[in-house]
Design a protein around this ligand. Structure first.
Ligand SMILES: [Ca+2]
Length: 151
């Protein structure tokens, strides 16, 4: 079976919620603690700029009063950053076997207004960690509107 080693990186600005899982036809999940069901960041590398925060929670309410709950399990992660181009990141190196796939959920709670275009991404890089392979999810203030929530 062909295997590729790929870091998965979640680069986030402002507040974002995510749970990432890997599935394959018969194998166990390939991401360690992908759904944060340990209640913490076990298995993940957290990059936390000054003034930023990150937590594993069971629910979250946006500034518009929208209640977020886990899509699967009991937990998800919430990341917040603290300034322009200071991305709070969760990353993990995973090996994706041929025929397997990555799936997950992400949301963006904009707490700012244009022209302050806060941005959030889910990105997949190659094994060097520098070449961007895919951006499966993206959101920003321009997309969701001032103080918007996505979804
Ligand atoms: Ca919002």
């Amino acid at each position: 079976m062909k295997r590729m080693k790929k870091p998965i990186s979640l680069a986030l600005s402002l507040v974002m919620i995510t749970a990432v899982l890997v599935g394959s036809a018969s194998a166990a999940p390939l991401i360690v603690n992908g759904g944060f069901e340990t209640g913490d960041f076990t298995g993940w590398t957290l990059t936390l700029p000054s003034g930023a925060s990150a937590s594993v929670v069971t629910s979250f309410t946006s500034d518009q009063g929208l209640l977020y709950s886990p899509v699967e399990g009991n937990y998800f992660a919430v990341l917040k950053t603290n300034g322009a181009n200071l991305f709070t990141k969760l990353s993990q190196v995973i090996t994706i076997p041929s025929g397997a796939w990555v799936e997950g959920w992400a949301a963006f709670d904009a707490r700012d207004h244009l022209p302050f275009n806060d941005t959030a991404y889910v990105r997949i890089y190659d094994e060097t960690g520098t070449t961007l392979l895919a951006t499966p999810w993206f959101s920003d203030v321009a997309k969701v509107g001032n103080y918007g929530d996505d979804p």
